[in-house]
Design a protein around this ligand. Sequence first.
Ligand SMILES: [Zn+2]
Length: 194
Amino acid sequence: MFLPAILGIFLFLGHPQGVPAGPCSQPKIIDQLLSWGYRTIPHPRKIEAIIIHSSYNILTPDSFSIAGILREYKQIDVSPHYIIGRNGDIYRLVADSDIAYHAGKSRLPDGKTDVNSVSIGIELVNTIHDSPTNAQYASLVLLVRCLESKYSLKYVLGHKDIAPGRKTDPWNFDWKKFDEMLGRAARGRSAQPR
Ligand SMILES: [Zn+2]
């Protein structure tokens, strides 16, 4: 087979421009929609980026308690769209169509500064001293693939990539491993459109 033709078919299938978003058959997503940390808008939004974060629970001894993390989010009125627990469970906290407050003051490589408006935030439950688990990587890869099939994404970046000097997460995240699991060559993650 002619390789460019194969790649062309792959890209076409992977990025169905203008095709209504359907449910992905995987991964399994547990809906736990919140009442804070986002706003709804009266029109569809253009989703261009996925931003990966780390969160842990600082208020109780169980650093990995999702319930504890959600209480912290509530106190400061923030949320990602998704959070992935240590066992790989994916919780949807905010609908993709809503603007979640996860990026703060930040900037995409193309210069956009209202990052929340054009992005989806994914939190990995992880402390600064731990690494994400294999189950988290596996779930994240499935979730990113699902989102890439629905939206024309330009970027998959870490929080620290869009808020350098202000943010340091995702902590101990192995981008090479992530890219390999996604089935891609390393992409120079810091600022490369994809
Ligand atoms: Zn973050």
